[in-house]
Design a protein around this ligand. Structure first.
Ligand code: TGC
Ligand code: FAD
Length: 392
């Protein structure tokens, strides 16, 4: 793979909107990605392997539970710092960002928000340090966009619960130490339970043959009469709003992450266009190529501004779920379109693993689907502005 020469575009001087701490955190993550992710990520993707060697580095840069308080071993940062970390990780690869966002927003967040103090103390320090990897089981074979229809169920057996059912498409499932699993109780109320690796009747087969997000391992969670100790239930929130609250946090991180992937493709295409000579001139001198590049930087800049504002609202605890949906949908779509244009600028070279563009493009096909599909987020905006749900 070509050396990582990434230079981040900042067309509207957005750096002036960030604090010194934000910039330090972002630059440290950027450097870490250049040093520890870029040299190995292409091979990991080709082999369809999550590079476990980066887990300790992710923990050291504070990517696991960035905004969870320091007393639980995490970094205790603000929401913009979390977003900037996600941006830089996804600049390297969406699969790397996925691992950090699942760990932070889908595993540590529910334990912190919905768990009790014993559960926080038991799991959060291990998750923050990377000693434990977690996963989040919401999607089922027959319930993707409609998680409220889930059939995975939990029965109160007196001194324990019995868990039955299956989850599908679960990031990090095959090697996760703990799974945050959503299941219905006897009266159909959705509850969150912590399922530890090794519990009898719990298995996690790997999902093979993915063309997308190959550096992130995906699998199933299968529960066959799994005995769940009573202390493993998350006590402080139930109902569909509980998992959806975690998704708000993860979708927010993805909105930032997608900008990273887009910036990487734009930067690669710009450099290539200035160096590649055809008809005796750099291809960057041709108006059609300039149009592509000019439109890319315009879209990236709009997404940066949207997302910075969302970060400010998030810090003030004022960001709504619908605002987060708009940013996730807009930014992932923007990034995917940029990967396609950037790929064309590189001609045949664009399809090779020598450059990151095709890898980003394939990754983003998952990102536009998971955490709520492109169309579901549009309908969430529609519901918010009309007051009418298209789902009912
Ligand atoms: P609806 O009736 O609208 O809502 C049910 C309850 O939930 C509340 N709620 C939310 N709470 C917090 N955050 C949100 N974003 C919320 N949206 C809704 C709502 O107020 C209500 O509460 P209550 O107290 O009245 O019961 O629910 P619905 O069944 O009509 O469905 C709405 C819909 C379609 C928007 C929702 O189900 C949805 O978002 N579907 C998409 C599913 C999804 O995003 N799945 C993601 C799985 S995890 C994943 O993909 C991880 S990828 C990991 C990686 O990065 O690798
Ligand atoms: P479906 O819900 O079957 O949707 C298929 C199509 O129908 C989509 O285009 C959708 O937009 C459209 N559609 C559905 N309903 C409507 C409607 N009402 N109106 C209009 N159009 C509609 N899940 C987890 O729980 N944990 C994870 O860690 C996780 N990781 C993932 C990793 C990867 C690589 C992938 C690809 C997925 C992951 N998912 C995970 C699952 C993901 O969240 C779901 O794939 C997603 O929510 C969509 O569900 P589905 O694939 O079943 O599609």
């Amino acid at each position: 793979m070509a050396p990582d020469l990434f230079q981040a575009p900042d067309y509207y001087n957005l750096d002036e909107l960030f604090t010194e701490e934000h910039l330090l955190i972002r630059d440290a993550t950027r450097e870490w990605v250049k040093r520890d992710v870029s040299p190995i990520i292409e091979e990991a993707c080709q082999k369809a392997e999550f590079p476990k060697s980066i887990i300790s580095g992710l923990a050291e840069i504070g990517a696991f539970g960035s905004y969870i308080p320091e007393k639980y071993g995490a970094a205790g940062l603000d929401q913009i710092s979390y977003g900037l970390i996600m941006q830089e990780l996804e600049r390297g690869d969406s699969g790397v960002r996925s691992t950090a966002s699942v760990q932070s927003s889908l595993v540590m967040y529910p334990i912190y928000k919905y768990g009790n103090e014993e559960q926080r103390n038991k799991y959060l320090p291990k998750l923050a340090s990377g000693a434990f990897i977690g996963c989040f089981g919401l999607t089922e074979p027959d319930h993707g966009s409609n998680p409220g229809g889930m059939v995975t169920n939990i029965k109160d057996m007196g001194d324990h619960y019995l868990l039955n059912g299956a989850k599908m498409w679960i990031s990090n499932a095959p090697f996760a130490d703990v799974a945050v699993v959503w299941a219905k109780n006897e009266v159909g109320r959705i509850k969150g339970v912590l399922v530890d690796r090794g519990m009898e009747g719990f298995s996690t087969p790997t999902t093979h043959n993915k063309w997308s997000l190959r550096a992130s391992t995906t699998g199933e969670l299968i529960f066959d009469n799994v005995k769940i100790p009573k202390e493993n239930m998350l006590p402080n929130k139930d109902g569909l709003g509980a998992p959806l609250g975690c998704l708000d946090s993860a979708r927010y991180g993805i909105a930032w992450g997608a900008i990273g992937a887009a910036m990487d493709c734009y930067d690669t295409a710009l450099r290539y266009a200035k160096e590649r000579i055809q008809f005796g001139k750099p291809i960057a001198s041709f108006q059609l190529q300039q149009k592509k590049l000019a439109e890319m930087i315009t879209e990236i800049t709009k997404a940066q501004l949207l997302t910075w504002r969302l970060g400010v609202l998030k810090n003030e605890e004022k960001a709504t779920s619908a605002q987060i949906s708009m940013a996730k949908r807009n930014n992932v779509d923007m990034a995917l379109k940029i990967t396609r244009e950037a790929r064309q600028i590189l001609g045949a070279m664009g399809i090779t693993g020598e450059y990151s563009i095709m890898r980003h493009m394939m990754n983003l096909e998952s990102v536009i689907t998971y955490e709520g599909t492109h169309d579901i987020h549009l309908l969430i905006t529609g519901m918010d502005i009309t007051g009418i749900s298209a789902f009912k």
